[in-house]
Design a protein around this ligand. Structure first.
Ligand code: UFG
Length: 322
């Protein structure tokens, strides 16, 4: 198939492209705002462009005869979304709508969308299933939920079929160390731990140790970026065979606390990690653990990597880029 990958130069998008080029023709469309051109697999065609540029976007659909779209180009910082909600609604919703309109205009009716566990807010059950209450507590989560809803209305009105993959905490890097996570203003736990080990930061702040969890720190379900990449190719296959709009949780179904992650990083790197207990970070749900059974059953997906692999691969990658 000819797949247009929006945001294919970013962390998750570039890993998906690396997987997809093995069996598809890939065109990457990315404005390089946060993405890295050198992360795009050489077998893919690269077009630098913004989703707000209707003309360029239309030209890409025309020129490459696209069959399906994967959409990774969302802003993804919870804290930033609280500070600048306009940016988030504009990029994640308005620009996303431009993409959908271009798809309809060019008669492309299949899309895989990067959604998030942020749409559940503070979950009403653990593990979280797809039918858990949808109740985002920040603009970022709100934009993801809005877009999932838009996708459903576009199915009813125009027959656009979509699969929304609700990622939990993505971590790790490609084990061949060709690509990995590289953000300007890093906020994620595992890369920040490595920045501390590598002397770029003095200590890791633990945001709250008074949560109602077994060690007082927040629990998350970490999932390897290669397993996410695989989930995308399997989601597309499933969509091709079933042509139904659906949403799926993509996690492992196993939670690790902040303290446990730090301990694992210590063991795997063999280095000391200075930590301090800080106050809770606003908007952090105490526990986010997926029930990923629906996607496993429907698409036949299963994760290949565990948290130790994620930490190991991310550590090797961080050593390489620093
Ligand atoms: N944490 C720390 N110290 C840090 C950074 C993070 O203690 O310096 C903690 C956080 O409080 C949280 C856990 O480590 O409990 C993981 O935090 P991350 O920032 O790595 O990831 P989040 O769980 O905040 O974010 C993830 C996804 C988002 C998604 C969000 C939903 O990356 O895209 O879950 O809440 F929106």
């Amino acid at each position: 198939m000819k797949i247009l990958v929006i945001g294919g130069a970013g962390y998750i998008g570039s890993h998906a492209v690396k997987e997809l080029v093995n069996s598809h023709d890939i065109v990457v469309y990315d404005n390089l705002d946060t993405g890295h051109k050198e992360f795009v697999d050489k077998k893919a065609v690269f077009v630098q462009g913004d989703l707000s540029d209707n003309e360029k976007l239309n030209n890409v659909f025309n020129e490459y005869n696209i069959d399906a779209v994967m959409h990774f180009a969302n802003y993804a910082s919870v804290a930033e979304s609280v500070k600048y909600p306009d940016r988030y609604f504009n990029n994640n919703v308005v620009n996303g709508l431009n993409l959908l309109n271009a798809m309809i205009k060019n008669d492309v009716k299949k899309i895989i969308f990067s959604s998030s566990c942020a749409i559940y807010g503070i979950p009403n059950e653990i593990p979280i299933s797809e039918s858990s209450k949808l109740n985002p507590i920040n603009p970022y989560g709100e934009t993801k939920l809005m877009f999932e809803r838009i996708l459903r209305y576009f199915d009813t009105a125009y027959g656009l079929k979509s699969i929304s993959l609700r990622y939990f905490n993505v971590a790790g890097a490609s084990p061949d160390l060709i690509i990995g996570e590289k953000h300007e203003n890093e906020t994620h736990l595992i890369p920040l731990i490595f920045d501390t080990i590598l002397g770029k930061k003095d200590h890791v702040k633990i945001y709250g140790d008074d949560y109602d969890t077994y060690d007082g720190t927040c629990i998350r379900d970490y999932i390897h970026v290669l397993d996410i990449a695989k989930a995308h190719s399997m989601a597309l296959e499933y969509l091709n065979n079933n042509m139904q709009t659906k949403s799926y949780n993509i996690g492992i179904g196993q939670g690790y606390s902040v303290k446990e992650v730090i301990e694992l990083c210590k063991n795997i790197t063999g280095r000391e990690i200075k930590t301090i207990i800080d106050k809770r970070r606003e908007g952090d749900p105490p526990v986010l653990v997926a029930n990923p059974e629906r996607f496993k059953k429907d698409a036949g997906w299963k994760e290949e990597f565990n948290i130790k692999d994620m930490i190991k691969h991310a550590w090797e990658w961080h050593k390489k880029i620093n």
